[in-house]
Ligand binder design. Structure first.
Ligand SMILES: [Fe+2]
Ligand SMILES: [Fe+2]
Length: 148
C-alpha cells in the first residue's frame, strides 16, 4: 500500500463519520458518541498526516505552499471541534457548527485528494510512498490509542 491509498482509506472513514455526526439530535448518547468518534479519528489523522506526509512535502518547493495550506485547514477543523466541545449539545447552534465542520472536512479531503496528492505524486518516489504508508499507519495507531 502507498501513502495515497492509506490516506484515502481513512478519508472515507471521516466522510462516513461526518455524515453520521450531522444526523444526531439533541443532547443524546448518539451525539456524544458520534462526536467522540470523529474527534479521535480527525485529530489522529491530522497529526499522523502532518508528521508522515506534509512534513517531507514542506521541504520541497513544488509542494510547500499546498502543504502549508493543508496544515492551516487542519487548524480550522480543530477550532470547530473545540467550538462543538464548548457548545451546549441540546442547542440548535451545535448542529450548525457540526454542519460547518462537515463541509470543511469534505472540502479539505477533496483538496488533498485532487490537488496535493497529484503534486506529491511527482515529488515522491515509489519507495518513499510505501515507507510513508507504514509510518502513517504506525503513527495513526499510536495517536488513536492516546486520544481514545
Ligand atoms: Fe488533512
Ligand atoms: Fe487527510
Amino acid at each position: 500500500m502507498n501513502i495515497f491509498e492509506a490516506l484515502r482509506e481513512d478519508h472515507e472513514v471521516q466522510r462516513t463519520l461526518a455524515d453520521k455526526l450531522v444526523e444526531t439530535h439533541g443532547d443524546s448518547d448518539a451525539r456524544h458518541e458520534a462526536f467522540q468518534q470523529i474527534k479521535t479519528e480527525l485529530l489522529a489523522h491530522e497529526a499522523a498526516e502532518e508528521r508522515c506526509f506534509y512534513k517531507p512535502l514542506i521541504e520541497q518547493d513544488m509542494t510547500q505552499t499546498h502543504a502549508r495550506h493543508g496544515v492551516a485547514e487542519h487548524h480550522e477543523m480543530d477550532e470547530l471541534i473545540e467550538e462543538l466541545e464548548n457548545t451546549d449539545y441540546s442547542s440548535p447552534a451545535w448542529l450548525s457548527i457540526a454542519k460547518k465542520l462537515r463541509e470543511k472536512i469534505l472540502h479539505h479531503l477533496d483538496d488533498e485528494e485532487h490537488t496535493i496528492f497529484q503534486l506529491a505524486g511527482k515529488v515522491l518516489n515509489d519507495a518513499q510512498k510505501t515507507q510513508m504508508a507504514s509510518a502513517y499507519h504506525k503513527h495513526m495507531e499510536e495517536r488513536k490509542a492516546q486520544y481514545a
